[in-house]
Design a protein around this ligand. Structure first.
Ligand SMILES: Nc1ncnc2c1ncn2[C@@H]1O[C@H](COP(=O)(O)OP(=O)(O)OP(=O)(O)O)[C@@H](O)[C@H]1O
Ligand SMILES: [Mg+2]
Length: 259
């Protein structure tokens, strides 16, 4: 198992945002995490990537206990994420945003940078090449010199995927990659996620758009009020009475407005 989560919990004051969650993420697959607004999906991602420290439970990644590890360390371990509300550096170009993801894998140190040593120059060239490869991969290479903040939502989402990929993750956490995109764009993001999986990167996907989830997921985990209420294949989840009651309802693509 690539990622093993046991009894994970996060309290905000009196609220159990995530409670006693067990989760197994098999390597090379897409695990989708669904549930109504406020179910704890983003909080779960924040716990996995180290943005929040859990109040209980453990997170094991590739057999190593990473519980409570800070984001700059989880990313070195191989966990990258995109945010529900895209968080790019507004005053920086698209390429610089993706280069920021490369810092994690940089081999030269601060002194190399100050003295412009050959190692630093080599490192910089390699980083730039890798960042451009990722921009090409997500179909945003032509935007390299644009200011990230001036781009439409859909392009920003592509750039943040390139930024996450530039860190060379083994596990990629995508928080609502298709939110705020039209049907055509959603389908394109679905294809892109498939290509990411084909590269051998394991994906965890939080998404309200059920068409995308049902299409992509090998496994679906359903959260409600911070707790896991079901796990199964898309077919199993679609016919689970508990899930239908808590979340899916009649019109599956309308369930829960993306925040
Ligand atoms: N930093 C925080 N401080 C206090 N409460 C929080 C914090 N972050 C999240 N919560 C609360 O925890 C619960 C879970 O929130 P979370 O954002 O994880 O839900 P979600 O499943 O991602 O919802 P959505 O589908 O709307 O994105 C909610 O009740 C939310 O208000
Ligand atoms: Mg969320």
């Amino acid at each position: 198992m690539l990622l093993e989560v046991r009894g994970l919990g996060k309290k905000f004051g009196g609220l159990d945002a995530v409670k006693g969650v067990d989760l197994d993420v098999p390597e090379g697959q897409v695990t989708a995490i669904i549930g109504p607004n406020g179910a704890g999906k983003s909080t779960l991602f924040n716990l996995l990537a180290g943005f929040y420290r859990p109040t209980s439970g453990t997170v094991t990644f590739e057999g190593k206990d990473i519980t409570g590890m800070k984001p700059h360390r989880t990313v070195r371990e191989g966990i990258a994420r995109t945010f529900q509300t895209t968080k790019l550096f507004d005053d920086a170009t698209v390429l610089d945003n993706v280069l920021a993801g490369r810092v994690v894998r940089s081999k030269s140190n601060a002194l190399d940078a100050v003295f412009h040593t050959p190692r630093h120059r080599r490192d910089e060239r390699a980083s730039k090449a890798r960042a451009m490869e990722e921009l090409e991969f997500v179909g945003a290479a032509h935007l390299r010199d644009r200011l990230a903040s001036k781009l439409p939502q859909e392009a920003q989402k592509r750039v943040s995927m390139a930024q996450a990929l530039a860190t060379e993750p083994r596990l990629l956490l995508l928080d609502e990659p298709a939110a705020g995109t039209n049907d055509e764009e959603t389908e394109a993001f679905g294809l892109l996620i498939r290509q990411i999986v084909a590269r051998g990167i394991t994906v965890c996907l939080v998404e309200h758009k059920m068409s995308m989830v049902m299409n992509l997921a090998d496994q679906i985990v359903v959260l409600d009020h911070g707790q896991r209420i079901a796990t199964g294949t898309p077919a199993q989840i679609k016919s689970d009475p508990l899930v239908i009651e808590a979340y899916l309802g009649a019109n599956t693509d309308q369930a829960g407005a993306p925040a």
